[in-house]
Design a protein around this ligand. Sequence first.
Ligand SMILES: [Mg+2]
Length: 245
Amino acid sequence: MAPGVFVVGTDTGVGKTAVAVRILQAVVRSGRRVGGYKPVATGIPTAAEPGGDPVRLWEAAGRPRSLHEVCPQVFAAPVSPPRSGLAEGRRVDDALLRTGLTAWQSMDMVVVEGAGGLFSPLGHVTLGVDLARDLGLPLVIVDAARLGGIGRTLCAARAARAEGLTVAACVFSEVAAPADRRSSDPDRSIARQTAADLAALLPEVPVTILWHDAAEFDPPLDWWALAAGLSHLADVPPPRPGAEP
Ligand SMILES: [Mg+2]
């Protein structure tokens, strides 16, 4: 199994794809072979839709293998995958959500972009959390760089750990161009403070920011090393008070 990360949002529309794209590009720059995998996409008529998530992931990785292998399941209606499938008389293939990753096992790393949040339905019997666990990948939790990020991100991180998942990193993604591009921009100051405060609350997890249209994370992270160190490991639950060692 190739090491990898599973990119999950605190909500839909928080900048997951932008984060996945920048991770892929950073790993490519480091000279490693990397693939992007989108188990299921909705809201686009085909995987080849310009600007759609599958094309963006494929191009960021340097167009390895095939676009169909990046995203084997695509539905048009911009709703949850099971609902989108039903709208066109089809069903999400829950098994294929998992087996589709095998196309990427010969790479040095795979970056999986889920759909929506940790508990969003990806298939008829598969939530995001189920797929991340079955793929054995640590999470990159993405939240939008706006007020409320500590609460939203801690909610996702603690829920992930309660489900036995590992959190590799947290990213605040600036989804729109700032009103004021100066470094003193108040929204950017809030994002920096939020990232610093979250880092203090999650001291073992790297926290970074992806500014709008920035090519690199602030600060940059070694994504391959994070993935390689954490993939396919189950979190060992903390000892219960009073339990025998
Ligand atoms: Mg996306």
